[in-house]
Design a protein around this ligand. Structure first.
Ligand code: FE2
Ligand code: FE2
Ligand code: FE2
Length: 182
């Protein structure tokens, strides 16, 4: 793997790992604040970020070291946590993954292109779901979403039953992991 793409894979791995831990902590805060479904949403996206981290690690030739992905400091209340989460997802969707993708493309790194693209499209859904949550929590309400499915191949996340085929990576329905209150 060429150096610049490799650096980007490492950065992305670092960012995904941080998101994984951060969302676990945010989930606990939401639970404590009585937002059970927001907590469930965080749990589902935790799983999605683990998939992203795994995919990046799998294509990384020499193992992955800690790196310099952007970091959001501190744990706030759920509303603040959702704001930070939205910012992170939008950064990944609009800036990080598109530029990493272009570098990988110019370096003809097709595996990295695929993994960056998958993650980018999943992050877009995360931002959307977190925005729904933020708008509710702002008013002191929990979200109505209590069923979430995550593709275990690409991290695609939806607030409904799993589709026949994942629209991002084409994985079959059986590859989806369900998160529900029951
Ligand atoms: Fe991710
Ligand atoms: Fe995400
Ligand atoms: Fe998928």
């Amino acid at each position: 793997m060429k150096e610049m793409t490799y650096g980007n894979v490492r950065n992305a791995f670092s960012g995904e790992s941080q998101a994984y831990v951060r969302y676990m902590l945010y989930s606990e805060v939401a639970e404590d604040e009585g937002f059970k479904n927001v907590s469930l949403l965080f749990d589902a996206v935790v799983f999605a970020e683990k998939i992203h981290a795994r995919n990046l690690l799998e294509i990384s030739p020499d193992g992955v070291e800690a790196s310099t992905a952007p970091m959001h400091s501190g744990i706030g209340d759920t509303e603040t946590n959702l704001d930070k989460a939205i910012h992170g997802e939008e950064f990944e969707t609009n800036e990080m993954y598109p530029s990493y993708y272009e570098v990988a493309k110019s370096q003809e790194e097709s595996e990295a292109m695929r993994i960056f693209n998958w993650a980018m499209r999943a992050e877009k859904e995360h931002a959307k779901l977190y925005k729904i949550a933020r708008d509710k929590v702002e008013k002191g309400q929990d979200i109505e979403i209590n069923l979430i499915n995550v593709c275990s191949r690409c991290g695609y996340t939806i607030d409904e039953k799993p589709p026949e085929k994942c629209p991002i990576c084409g994985a079959p329905q059986t590859k989806f992991k369900e998160f529900s209150q029951n």
